[in-house]
Design a protein around this ligand. Structure first.
Ligand code: ARG
Ligand code: GLU
Length: 732
């Protein structure tokens, strides 16, 4: 009997025989649940559902309450966390709007301000005064001020026998009414999002600030030390942080960029602690995890890891090999393709780790076990048949989905993400579609815009690499696209001839492209009609929009409907259990402990890394492991000042918090709610936590805030910023 079963048993006994209040049994239940849970382990709590994690927080030794994390009535720590530019997280660390996030989250901004004379990517950047802080058009951060569980209101009048279309239109109407009636300030927004596949709905009151300026960044040799080789790996030695500042208008409200804007004054910001963390210490990660799928049946996880992931991994592997061949021997090319390479390699490596982790954690067997348990519980309520029916229907739908899902992935990977020539064709395709409405009148404006982006595109790439990528991806499209999804012009033309046609197309020739976009509309229309490269691109893209995508979405809708029922049944099977919804880009809080792990039999990884390890990895001149001379000098003279701990400086540490993509830049808090670290990655062996979280091997990776302060101090000499951060200095 597993601990979880003992829990179910105890819980029932206490309730039935001794009629002990549910609250008490729930306490024991949660304690055991915290210790071990067989399958549904998702641990990203909705901060406003304080009751769901109340006991967990109590048990963990936290010296604060759930309401300190989230309080609907008054400012609480949620007011110190923002979603950073859509895809990352950042935390406020001063009363003047100073934001701490990852280097890889701020990278685009850092790069955009870099020139040959001022290479902030290479040398780092530290604004000496407020006036030196650099604006970033288009950048934004979003606060979540309030969260409401609006399930009842959204599902009002919705019944089980409605078909999906009328159900949805009913829900949309309810949501629109809700948006008009929920209280909000004029500068705030309300979004309503489903959770548990539409079994629950939450409304979020948000505030978006749009004047975000770059304040500081370490040299990239520190910010992305270890680059792709170390990505998703432990031991890790990266200073993956950067600093920004929120600017507001004179009333402290959101405003478009203006010279007259002033630093934002938050109601709450994180106290930075230099106390550090020890083994087994509580950590709290507060952020915006993007997407997890923890409630899927074993069948689907087997399909994702066995059928879908291998396709994506294989395609990316080919693209990476092509790029690698050029990058190895040519420095100019290396520079041009590092960013694309890193982007492709990131999820290539993640999916590989995911597949290994699913096997190693015995996820399929554990999930199947959970399914049996669920069925057993539901049988007591007379719902076992319903459960089996839904499960079978789900399996059938997933089986039907497979070819179109593979087609979709082949298209996205080979026809877009790993194929710069096709990306260019896409831009022209978008323009062509736009002109169908606007016609000749719109041409001049659109052509000028496209011409600018095309010029940049031709400059940033290299013809030889793009052509080799195109050739490789053409082979992939021909080999991997499931029957019936590849347009005639592609399946019926030899690969060599396809490449030849593209070689002569205006799509791959800067001069032809320029001429076309500066000529007249008729000329442009004719070229699009006659260029055989572009005709192929159009056919491929039309096939995606006209066939692959609609078929995929049709089936995914069926999946959504069935998953809604499937998840509801799981929740009904264990009515007293606390479930957290899958990550969906909304604000979450996750608890864990500082803890090492065993990546393989006979190997144990300590949860801490230090500056000594940074130096151990140092390879002069290497693009991943080179180090700034300033850091080497500091090491040489052991000039660590107050950042010295046991003769070195702490760098990264590991924890058991459940995180995913989007949690990059999340503030990591100790038991007192003070900031001790900055989340930036997960360990490779545990990347399957998006599908199945296993506390034995899933670890999140954080930068120790003391490394951040050390770099700011000793390398950046950023005394202005260090003074601004309210340091609770326990070392003095
Ligand atoms: N693996 C981290 C995250 O998923 C960091 C990615 C950035 N670094 C890189 N080498 N690509 O997104
Ligand atoms: N690096 C990821 C991000 O950018 C976080 C790592 C993860 O996926 O856990 O969000």
């Amino acid at each position: 009997m597993r601990i979880f079963e003992i829990f179910l048993f105890l819980n029932e006994m206490m309730r039935k025989i001794f009629s002990i209040p549910v609250k008490f049994t729930a306490f024991i239940a949660l304690y055991l649940w915290w210790a071990e849970l067989p399958a549904q382990q998702i641990r990203m709590w909705v901060p406003s559902d304080t009751r769901d994690y109340y006991y967990q927080l109590q048990e963990s030794g936290a010296q604060m309450k759930a309401v300190d994390l989230f309080d609907a009535q008054k400012p609480s720590l949620n007011d110190a966390v923002v979603q950073f530019n859509g895809g990352c997280t950042a935390g406020l660390i001063s009363g003047q709007g100073l934001l701490l996030t990852n280097h890889h989250c701020g990278y685009g901004a850092i790069q955009s301000h870099s020139t040959l004379e001022h290479n902030y990517v290479k040398d780092g950047f530290w604004a000496g005064t407020l006036d030196d802080e650099l604006p970033n058009p288009g950048m934004y951060v979003t606060f979540v001020r309030a969260i409401y569980d609006v399930t009842d209101k959204v599902l009002q009048g919705v019944s089980d026998d409605m078909d999906e279309a009328s159900r949805q239109s009913h829900i949309d109407k309810n949501i629109n009414r809700l948006k008009r009636t929920l209280p909000k300030k004029s500068w705030q927004e309300i979004t309503v999002k489903p959770a548990f596949y539409g079994n629950k709905y939450y409304a979020y009151v948000t505030e978006t600030y749009k004047d975000i300026r770059l304040v500081g960044a370490p040299p990239s040799a520190i910010g992305k030390f270890g680059a792709d080789t170390d990505n998703w790996m432990w031991p890790r030695h990266s200073g993956d942080f950067s600093l920004f500042r929120i600017y507001a208008d004179r009333n402290n409200r959101p405003a478009e960029y203006s010279k007259d804007n002033v630093p934002y004054h938050p109601e709450k910001y994180f106290q930075v602690s230099t106390e550090g963390v020890s083994r087994r210490d509580l950590i709290i990660v507060y952020g915006f995890p993007g997407r997890t799928r923890e409630y899927l049946p074993a069948f689907r996880v087997r399909q994702i890891t066995g059928r879908i992931n291998p396709v994506r991994i294989g395609i990316r592997e080919r693209a990476l090999r092509v790029m690698d061949g050029f990058m190895h021997t040519n420095d100019t090319i290396k520079l041009k393709y590092t960013a694309l390479y890193a982007r492709i390699a990131n999820y290539w490596k993640k999916w590989k780790g995911e597949n290994l982790g699913i096997r190693r954690s015995d996820a399929l067997a554990n999930k199947e076990y959970w399914e049996q348990l669920t069925e057993k519980e539901l049988a007591k309520q007379g719902k076992a048949d319903e459960y089996r029916e839904v499960k079978t229907a789900l399996e059938n739908t997933f089986r039907d989905l497979e070819p179109v899902e593979i087609a979709r992935n082949v298209f996205i990977e080979a026809g877009y993400l790993n194929n710069p020539w096709m990306q260019r064709a896409f831009a022209v395709y978008e323009m062509e579609r736009g002109l169908q409405k606007g016609g000749a009148d719109a041409f001049e404006r659109e052509a000028a815009k496209t011409a600018r982006s095309m010029e940049a595109d031709f400059q940033k790439g290299d013809r030889r690499v793009n052509k080799a990528l195109f050739a490789a991806m053409t082979d992939v499209l021909k080999e991997k696209m499931p029957r019936g999804f590849l347009p005639e012009v592609w399946s019926g033309t030899a690969a060599d001839d396809i490449v030849k046609a593209w070689d002569q197309s205006f799509l791959t020739d800067a001069a032809k492209m320029k001429k076309l976009l500066s000529g007249d509309f008729k000329h442009f229309e004719n070229a699009l009609k006659n260029d055989s490269g572009y005709k192929m691109a159009r056919a491929l893209i039309n096939g995606f929009y006209g066939k692959i995508n609609p078929e995929y979405h049709k089936r995914m809708e069926q999946v959504q409907t069935l998953m809604r029922k499937y998840v509801r049944l799981q929740m009904q099977a264990f009515p007293r259990m606390h479930f957290a919804p899958d990550a969906n880009g909304t604000l979450r809080v996750s608890f864990g402990r500082v803890e090492g792990y065993e990546p393989r039999d006979g190997v144990y990884y300590e949860p801490f890394s230090t500056l000594d390890g940074v130096i151990e990895k140092y390879i002069p001149g290497d693009y991943e492991f080179d180090l700034p001379k300033a850091l080497l000098d500091i090491y040489e003279h052991k000039d660590y000042g107050k950042w010295e701990v046991n003769g070195t400086v702490p760098v990264n540490f590991l924890g058991t918090a459940h995180t995913t993509g989007g949690n990059s830049g999340s503030p990591v808090l100790n038991a007192k709610g003070e900031l001790v670290g900055l989340n930036f990655d997960r360990v490779w062996e545990g990347t399957m936590s998006d599908l199945y979280y296993d506390p034995a091997i899933c670890r999140n990776i954080m930068v120790d805030v003391r490394y951040i302060l050390f770099i700011m101090d000793k390398l950046g000499h950023a005394t202005r910023l260090l003074d601004e951060i309210n340091l609770e200095n326990h070392q003095q």
